[in-house]
Design a protein around this ligand. Structure first.
Ligand code: FES
Length: 200
Protein backbone atom coordinates (compact mmCIF):
# COMPACT_ATOMS: atom_id res chain seq x y z
CA UNK A 1 0.00 0.00 0.00
CA UNK A 2 1.41 3.39 -1.01
CA UNK A 3 2.16 5.82 1.79
CA UNK A 4 1.69 9.46 0.89
CA UNK A 5 2.91 12.58 2.69
CA UNK A 6 0.09 14.01 4.87
CA UNK A 7 -0.50 17.02 2.57
CA UNK A 8 -0.94 14.72 -0.45
CA UNK A 9 -3.04 12.25 1.49
CA UNK A 10 -5.45 14.91 2.72
CA UNK A 11 -6.18 16.34 -0.73
CA UNK A 12 -6.23 12.97 -2.48
CA UNK A 13 -8.79 11.58 -0.02
CA UNK A 14 -11.05 14.63 -0.22
CA UNK A 15 -10.79 15.33 -3.97
CA UNK A 16 -14.06 16.90 -5.02
CA UNK A 17 -13.38 17.68 -8.67
CA UNK A 18 -13.71 14.15 -9.94
CA UNK A 19 -15.85 13.45 -13.01
CA UNK A 20 -16.92 15.53 -15.98
CA UNK A 21 -17.21 19.33 -15.88
CA UNK A 22 -20.65 20.92 -15.81
CA UNK A 23 -21.45 22.27 -19.28
CA UNK A 24 -18.09 20.94 -20.44
CA UNK A 25 -16.93 22.40 -23.73
CA UNK A 26 -13.29 21.34 -23.88
CA UNK A 27 -11.02 18.58 -22.61
CA UNK A 28 -7.36 17.64 -22.48
CA UNK A 29 -5.79 14.30 -21.75
CA UNK A 30 -2.19 13.28 -21.16
CA UNK A 31 -0.50 10.04 -20.17
CA UNK A 32 2.91 9.15 -18.84
CA UNK A 33 5.01 6.20 -19.94
CA UNK A 34 6.68 6.10 -16.55
CA UNK A 35 3.72 4.36 -14.92
CA UNK A 36 1.13 4.18 -17.72
CA UNK A 37 -1.32 6.49 -15.95
CA UNK A 38 -3.41 9.20 -17.54
CA UNK A 39 -5.19 12.38 -16.45
CA UNK A 40 -8.08 14.00 -18.24
CA UNK A 41 -9.30 17.50 -17.45
CA UNK A 42 -12.67 18.60 -18.71
CA UNK A 43 -13.50 22.26 -18.47
CA UNK A 44 -16.66 24.28 -18.80
CA UNK A 45 -16.10 27.85 -19.98
CA UNK A 46 -18.70 30.57 -20.19
CA UNK A 47 -17.74 32.06 -23.56
CA UNK A 48 -19.53 35.36 -22.95
CA UNK A 49 -17.83 36.04 -19.64
CA UNK A 50 -14.63 34.18 -20.60
CA UNK A 51 -14.84 32.55 -17.23
CA UNK A 52 -13.92 28.99 -16.27
CA UNK A 53 -17.03 27.84 -14.50
CA UNK A 54 -16.22 24.18 -13.95
CA UNK A 55 -13.10 21.98 -13.93
CA UNK A 56 -13.17 18.24 -13.34
CA UNK A 57 -10.63 15.44 -13.46
CA UNK A 58 -10.57 11.79 -14.40
CA UNK A 59 -7.46 9.70 -13.78
CA UNK A 60 -6.30 6.16 -13.16
CA UNK A 61 -3.18 7.48 -11.42
CA UNK A 62 -1.80 7.29 -7.89
CA UNK A 63 -2.51 9.59 -4.96
CA UNK A 64 0.19 12.04 -6.07
CA UNK A 65 -1.41 12.37 -9.48
CA UNK A 66 -4.93 12.73 -8.10
CA UNK A 67 -3.80 15.32 -5.55
CA UNK A 68 -1.86 17.36 -8.16
CA UNK A 69 -4.84 17.33 -10.55
CA UNK A 70 -7.22 18.27 -7.73
CA UNK A 71 -5.05 21.24 -6.67
CA UNK A 72 -4.98 22.51 -10.26
CA UNK A 73 -8.73 22.05 -10.71
CA UNK A 74 -9.50 23.85 -7.46
CA UNK A 75 -7.16 26.75 -8.30
CA UNK A 76 -8.47 27.28 -11.83
CA UNK A 77 -12.20 26.84 -11.35
CA UNK A 78 -13.89 30.22 -11.14
CA UNK A 79 -11.07 32.20 -12.73
CA UNK A 80 -11.38 34.33 -15.85
CA UNK A 81 -9.21 33.28 -18.82
CA UNK A 82 -7.31 36.52 -18.39
CA UNK A 83 -6.37 35.47 -14.82
CA UNK A 84 -4.38 32.47 -16.00
CA UNK A 85 -1.24 34.44 -16.84
CA UNK A 86 0.03 31.97 -19.40
CA UNK A 87 -0.24 28.83 -17.23
CA UNK A 88 3.51 28.28 -17.37
CA UNK A 89 5.50 25.56 -15.64
CA UNK A 90 6.83 27.91 -12.99
CA UNK A 91 3.34 28.97 -11.87
CA UNK A 92 2.03 25.41 -11.88
CA UNK A 93 5.06 24.11 -9.98
CA UNK A 94 4.59 26.84 -7.41
CA UNK A 95 0.94 25.99 -7.00
CA UNK A 96 1.68 22.32 -6.40
CA UNK A 97 4.54 23.04 -4.00
CA UNK A 98 2.42 25.47 -2.06
CA UNK A 99 -0.35 22.92 -1.48
CA UNK A 100 1.45 19.58 -1.57
CA UNK A 101 5.11 20.30 -0.86
CA UNK A 102 7.95 19.64 -3.25
CA UNK A 103 7.49 16.43 -5.28
CA UNK A 104 10.49 14.09 -5.28
CA UNK A 105 12.17 13.70 -8.70
CA UNK A 106 10.76 10.17 -9.05
CA UNK A 107 7.25 11.68 -8.66
CA UNK A 108 7.77 14.55 -11.05
CA UNK A 109 5.87 12.73 -13.82
CA UNK A 110 2.74 12.72 -11.61
CA UNK A 111 2.55 16.52 -11.79
CA UNK A 112 3.97 16.95 -15.30
CA UNK A 113 1.20 14.86 -16.79
CA UNK A 114 -1.35 17.12 -15.07
CA UNK A 115 0.34 20.23 -16.50
CA UNK A 116 0.20 18.75 -19.98
CA UNK A 117 -3.44 17.73 -19.65
CA UNK A 118 -4.73 21.08 -18.35
CA UNK A 119 -2.88 22.95 -21.09
CA UNK A 120 -4.37 20.49 -23.58
CA UNK A 121 -7.85 21.37 -22.35
CA UNK A 122 -7.31 25.08 -22.95
CA UNK A 123 -5.75 24.36 -26.32
CA UNK A 124 -8.87 22.39 -27.20
CA UNK A 125 -11.01 25.35 -26.15
CA UNK A 126 -8.93 27.70 -28.29
CA UNK A 127 -9.43 25.46 -31.34
CA UNK A 128 -13.17 25.53 -30.71
CA UNK A 129 -13.12 29.32 -30.49
CA UNK A 130 -11.24 29.58 -33.77
CA UNK A 131 -13.79 27.35 -35.48
CA UNK A 132 -16.54 29.69 -34.36
CA UNK A 133 -14.62 32.88 -35.11
CA UNK A 134 -16.23 34.95 -37.87
CA UNK A 135 -13.81 37.88 -38.17
CA UNK A 136 -11.78 38.75 -41.25
CA UNK A 137 -8.32 38.82 -39.74
CA UNK A 138 -6.48 35.72 -38.57
CA UNK A 139 -6.91 35.45 -34.83
CA UNK A 140 -3.97 34.32 -32.73
CA UNK A 141 -5.03 34.89 -29.13
CA UNK A 142 -8.63 33.91 -28.44
CA UNK A 143 -8.40 34.83 -24.74
CA UNK A 144 -7.85 38.49 -25.60
CA UNK A 145 -9.05 38.59 -29.22
CA UNK A 146 -5.68 39.63 -30.67
CA UNK A 147 -5.16 39.28 -34.43
CA UNK A 148 -2.01 38.10 -36.16
CA UNK A 149 -1.62 41.49 -37.81
CA UNK A 150 -1.45 43.29 -34.46
CA UNK A 151 1.23 40.94 -33.16
CA UNK A 152 3.26 41.24 -36.36
CA UNK A 153 3.18 45.01 -36.06
CA UNK A 154 4.39 44.85 -32.46
CA UNK A 155 7.23 42.58 -33.50
CA UNK A 156 8.21 44.72 -36.50
CA UNK A 157 7.62 48.22 -35.21
CA UNK A 158 7.97 47.91 -31.44
CA UNK A 159 10.73 45.29 -31.48
CA UNK A 160 8.69 42.95 -29.30
CA UNK A 161 11.07 40.05 -29.71
CA UNK A 162 9.91 37.78 -26.92
CA UNK A 163 6.55 36.22 -26.11
CA UNK A 164 6.64 38.01 -22.75
CA UNK A 165 7.15 41.39 -24.40
CA UNK A 166 4.26 40.79 -26.81
CA UNK A 167 2.12 39.92 -23.77
CA UNK A 168 3.11 43.11 -21.98
CA UNK A 169 2.13 45.21 -24.99
CA UNK A 170 -1.18 43.60 -26.01
CA UNK A 171 -1.94 40.81 -23.50
CA UNK A 172 -1.73 38.09 -26.17
CA UNK A 173 -0.38 34.88 -24.65
CA UNK A 174 -0.95 35.94 -21.07
CA UNK A 175 -4.28 34.13 -20.63
CA UNK A 176 -4.42 30.36 -21.05
CA UNK A 177 -1.08 30.35 -22.89
CA UNK A 178 -2.34 28.22 -25.80
CA UNK A 179 -1.23 30.77 -28.39
CA UNK A 180 2.28 31.28 -27.04
CA UNK A 181 3.81 28.80 -29.46
CA UNK A 182 2.26 30.68 -32.39
CA UNK A 183 3.52 34.00 -31.09
CA UNK A 184 6.98 32.48 -30.83
CA UNK A 185 6.67 31.30 -34.44
CA UNK A 186 5.84 34.84 -35.58
CA UNK A 187 8.93 36.10 -33.72
CA UNK A 188 11.06 33.35 -35.28
CA UNK A 189 9.75 34.22 -38.75
CA UNK A 190 10.68 37.84 -38.16
CA UNK A 191 14.17 36.82 -36.95
CA UNK A 192 14.59 34.62 -40.00
CA UNK A 193 13.60 37.29 -42.49
CA UNK A 194 15.61 39.94 -40.62
CA UNK A 195 18.61 37.64 -40.86
CA UNK A 196 18.07 37.18 -44.62
CA UNK A 197 17.57 40.84 -45.39
CA UNK A 198 20.07 42.09 -42.84
CA UNK A 199 17.40 44.30 -41.25
CA UNK A 200 16.90 44.20 -37.46
S1 FES B 1 -5.32 31.97 -26.55
FE1 FES B 1 -5.28 32.01 -24.41
S2 FES B 1 -3.60 33.33 -24.00
FE2 FES B 1 -3.83 33.46 -26.11
Amino acid sequence: VAVYPPSVNKIFLSARHVGKADAANAAGKAATFVCGSFVRFSIGIDGGQKRITSVKIQTNGCGFMIAAAEVIAEAIEGLFLSDLQGLNDEQLNQLITQHLGLFQPDRDHCQQVCFEAIRGAFFDYRVLQLEEFQGEKALICTCFGVAEETIEQLIDKNSALSVERVGELCNAGSGCGSCRMLIQELIDQHDYSAHRTGKP
